[in-house]
Ligand binder design. Sequence first.
Ligand code: COA
Ligand code: AMP
Length: 629
Amino acid sequence: MSFKEIYEKSIKKPEEFWRSLADDIFWFKKPSKILNSTKPPFYRWYEDGVTNTCYNALDLHIQNGLGDKIALIYDSPITGNKSKFTFKELKNKVSKFAGALKNQGIGKGDRVVIYMPMVPEAVIAMLACGRIGAIHSVVFGGFASNELASRIDDSKAKILVTASCGFEPGRTVEYRPLVDGALKLAKHKLEKVIFYQRKNHEIKLNSPLEISWNESLQNAKDTDCVEMNSNDYAYILYTSGTTGIPKGIVRDIGGHIVALKWTMKNIYNIDQDDVWWSASDIGWIVGHSYIVYAPLFKGCTTLLFEGKPVGTPDAGVFWRVISEYKIKSLFTAPTAFRAIKKEDPDGKFFSKYDLSSFKSLFLAGERADPDTIKWAENLLKVPVIDHWWQTETSWAISSNCTGIEMMKTKYGSACKAVPGYDVKIIKPDQTIAKANEMGDIVVKLPLPPGTFPTLWNADKRYEDNYMSNYKGYYQTYDAGHIDEDGYIWIMSRTDDIINVAGHRLSTGAIEEVLSEHKSVAECAVIGIADKLKGQLPIGLLTLKAGVAQDNEAISKECIKMIRDKIGPVAAFKSAIVVKRLPKTRSGKILRGTVRKIADKEDYKMPATIDDPKILDEIKEELIKNNILK
Ligand code: COA
Ligand code: AMP
């Protein structure tokens, strides 16, 4: 069938479409009901099906004779370690660790927070949760104690699985102080903390709360997959909301397996014999879906990479990995390619390696600028595909579906809506936009399987936040247009979310922390364009009357506060003290206008501005601070 036929079937006859795809996964009990739409906007896919995430990722392939095939490759240029695990070996490790979790009293529905670097044990812990029906919540290692604590509190986890340390270029990330800080801040008390001791970086553990990974395995029995209802949750992944309180995106089990397995061939053109690499981190949705779950559901080989695109050791490491393991396709964020392009614009490292296995590059997480796409195409001589998705959906909303039909590239567009997603643009007057008209990007309900059925313990927030502004649609909070050929153009976010190196951050959350500084009266955080990371946050601060501290000291303290309370990943390096913030007469801070000034974009003087001179003052400060050059 052509792409058009498949797409139309998915939209016009969704139940028929997703019924036939459900046959491709293992069920203990096949679902008889495909979609329950009785309580919109809460839709349920495959609600009477019974299955297991880990069974579909590992056991099924062993049963089908693939036990000796490599499931997971670990390559860590930052430590010099490499290893490979067959499906059988991975299953044995997962089933033992599942036994270890069980010994700690973990069972169906219990939450396990995983705060780990990119080591195979992190994948093992995720899959072990799936095996026994526990719900994991992975927290990215670049987040600080505060963020870890808020996730422990919201999920009410029983156990934290962590490590003695992670490695970043030039520094060791000690998890001990981060974990201790989180345990102090969290109101909810954990029952156990399991530390994976990294070689030559063992730390002293405090019993009885803490035990090592190896200790936890003593007396652990091999443990089989439990039968799970299709609508039970596989995981919670917290993502930035518009306030400091992160949103717990939940994923149900059956729909997740069906949808993700389907994407491997249909979007990425990956077959079971292929080797696939997603250079992300398991702490992000891309890592959940495309380092761990989708490739393992498909039964192909997936690669876990503990390193950076540059500096571990050089800008040739991606090419070394692709050629060493015969990778067919790579999925990463545009930032990674901008970093490589900056260090090695002429592709000198590239010419050293044989990349004959390599067939396509997929980019997502932030807007892929046409310059970077063209540079990558020129160098790699393979299709470079920008596709668009969100933590909420767990798989692409729009993409070139290369396994169905290769479509032409339109630079700057994330291609067409993927089967399952009925994407529309709604204009400010609430009408559906015509081709090329700008507006809010929405998806007609129901969302397809694998997307979020609700937020963790927050049905009302789910409904209010995503499903209320446009009845019958999911609001993506991205704005853009769809052109006459159906290509989707993502132009900006409509809330306060910014994308820093493909990492989603809330400027509102940064403002909440800055306003806790004793000298800060008011603040505004905006994301300004950055050549490498796409966007970077900067803070503008006004001070309370009579503050004696000098501006430089306040600025340094504010930068440190963000690093300590949100984490280094916020990449917050500029806190600028200004006399006044530009506001409308009704008191709304004109963040958008400041952003345009900082990005040297044309802007109209807002008619409602309180005092236009403030914009000149801000401009001067931006110049003084080297932001505006
Ligand atoms: N644990 C602890 N700290 C971490 C971390 C982790 N897992 N990941 C990043 N950090 C820290 C970094 O060490 C850095 O700290 P610093 O301020 O002390 O230097 C800070 O967070 C910012 O990190 P990062 O955004 O990675 O910037 P960088 O300057 O170290 O590296 C790139 C720049 C482009 C190489 C890097 O951003 C990159 O690889 N991007 C790819 C994007 C990506 O994979 N996105 C995932 C979504 S698809
Ligand atoms: P996250 O939930 O972290 O994956 O971030 C999702 C957000 O990243 C989206 O809502 C977009 O704003 C942005 N994003 C992801 N992919 C793209 C893309 N291909 N083009 C433009 N923006 C993107």
